[in-house]
Design a protein around this ligand. Structure first.
Ligand SMILES: [Zn+2]
Length: 244
């Protein structure tokens, strides 16, 4: 079909409009994600990874959606702060062990759905004193998690001489007041272990929270309002590297 000049101009205007719409949509949807993230193993190879939500040893008893690889990732800024912490801990004869870092939003949604079902098979390990129905009310389960923003880590310390975890006075993901950083009834050794973990993480740019001794988030997190949802296997793929 022949186009008149007016028709051609009209087509160009339409193209511009579609492009502007598309660009606007991209701006709204950005940042896409994986290209802004790195695998922890690539930037902090001395860190021990124990991905609890890839395994079934977590409070749901299931591997979580989005954890399609036994791997962990953080945004570049948080990862470089973690590498600094790794070096500082190593100088003290300690190794960082990470239980979770970037958490796809779909996994957090799964937590919420799980909180409404009747499955209590992991109760004795993770919420022995609480009825499952109150986990949401108590704030242990939420609709969104700071982990999905890519700047949070759950971690503990391992003694390099013995290969054993330091005694923190309670395990990771225990839904109990004992998990509060300043919980009552801790021994001096347990208090000191928590303090060592927290002081070095703070020195490297992270901040802790009151309710979980293991949780840290980068103070100046670069994506404070973005909840990413790509699966772990998207991080470090050739088609996502350097496409920022
Ligand atoms: Zn956490």
């Amino acid at each position: 079909m022949m186009c008149s000049e007016n028709g051609t101009k009209g087509l160009a205007a339409l193209r511009r409009a579609v492009f502007a719409l598309f660009a606007g949509r991209c701006a709204w949807a950005a940042p896409a994600g994986p290209e802004k993230f790195v695998r922890i193993a690539d930037v902090a190879p001395g860190v021990i990874l124990e991905p609890r939500y890839y395994s079934t040893y977590n409070f749901t008893g299931e591997r979580l959606p989005g954890y399609d690889r036994p791997d962990m990732a953080l945004c570049r800024e948080a990862a470089s702060a973690l590498a600094k912490a790794e070096a500082m801990f190593e100088a003290r004869g300690l190794r960082l062990k990470i239980y979770d870092a970037y958490r796809p939003a779909r996994a957090v949604e799964y937590f919420y759905r799980w909180s409404l079902n009747g499955d209590v098979r992991m109760k004795s390990y993770f919420y022995p004193k609480l009825d499952k129905s109150v986990l949401h009310l108590k704030g242990y389960i939420a609709l969104r998690s700071g982990h999905s923003r890519g700047s949070a880590v759950d971690c503990t310390l391992v003694d390099m001489k013995t290969g054993r975890e330091l005694d923190m006075g309670g395990p990771f993901d225990l839904f109990d007041e004992r998990s509060h950083y300043a919980a009552r009834g801790l021994t001096k050794v347990q208090e000191r272990s928590r303090a060592v973990l927290r002081s070095v993480m703070m020195e490297c740019g992270f901040k802790g929270i009151r309710s979980e001794w293991w949780h840290f988030v980068l103070k100046d997190e670069p994506y404070p309002d973005t909840y990413f949802d790509f699966p772990l296997s998207d991080v470090g793929r050739l088609d996502t590297i350097g496409s920022e």
